[in-house]
Design a protein around this ligand. Sequence first.
Ligand code: IPE
Ligand code: IPE
Ligand code: MG
Length: 236
Amino acid sequence: MQSNLHKKIHAALIMDGNGRWATWQGLPRSEGHEAGVRAIRPVVEAAADRGIGTLTLYAFSSDNWRRPQAEIDVLMGLLRTYLDAETKSFVETGVRLGVIGRRDRLPDGLAEQIAEAERMTAAGERIHLRIAFDYSARDRILAAARQTWPHTPRDEFGRMITGDGAADVDLLIRTGGERRLSDFLLFESAYAELVFIDRMWPDFRPDHLDEALAEFARRQRRFGGLTDADGAAKVA
Ligand code: IPE
Ligand code: IPE
Ligand code: MG
């Protein structure tokens, strides 16, 4: 049987648990978010090394605007410093960066900074790193539906939703202990394998990515059909 890892996959990650990680240590939530950002780099590197073609990270959901303004400000600031700190090394290491989500509600200058980072890294071929920021899957689906006509083929509709032609999600990992999607990549995850890692995001390391990939390799994906083994069995 061919492993699920014979082709480059799209992995998506719900990086949850920053706040609890901090609170449990008597630290302010902002320190959890800072530690969460520090956890990203080794995971992106490991993902590229393990042959993950596309990695989508959930960094700020459209519902996260419901949080206190002080926490929102921290998260906006962290995206700025992340882009400042990483863009050059993305160019050097072949990472193509894309940010998915709304840009019209971001603080002054951030949308321009994102566009610049995307432009600078556009030639990267080692891995496509997508950051979901002010992202809502339901809004994406609704926006695509509003642009469509009654006979738009499903693939074309899917491309309107993803915006950048990214493939369907193969593996969706959530840290932090919750078992829900929280409005992340709902259309693209129709056949995603779901893996839950019961650690808070700041404690996530490349080893845990390997754990998730090993679990993914063991899963039997059928896409509604039959596996080779099923196919060889008698139908009637
Ligand atoms: C994930 O961590 C980061 C964002 C949602 C921005 P949380 O901030 O949700 O952390 P918990 O779930 O409260 O621990
Ligand atoms: C999902 O986490 C969003 C991100 C990780 C960016 P939340 O913490 O916002 O999700 P809920 O509220 O627990 O569903
Ligand atoms: Mg959370």
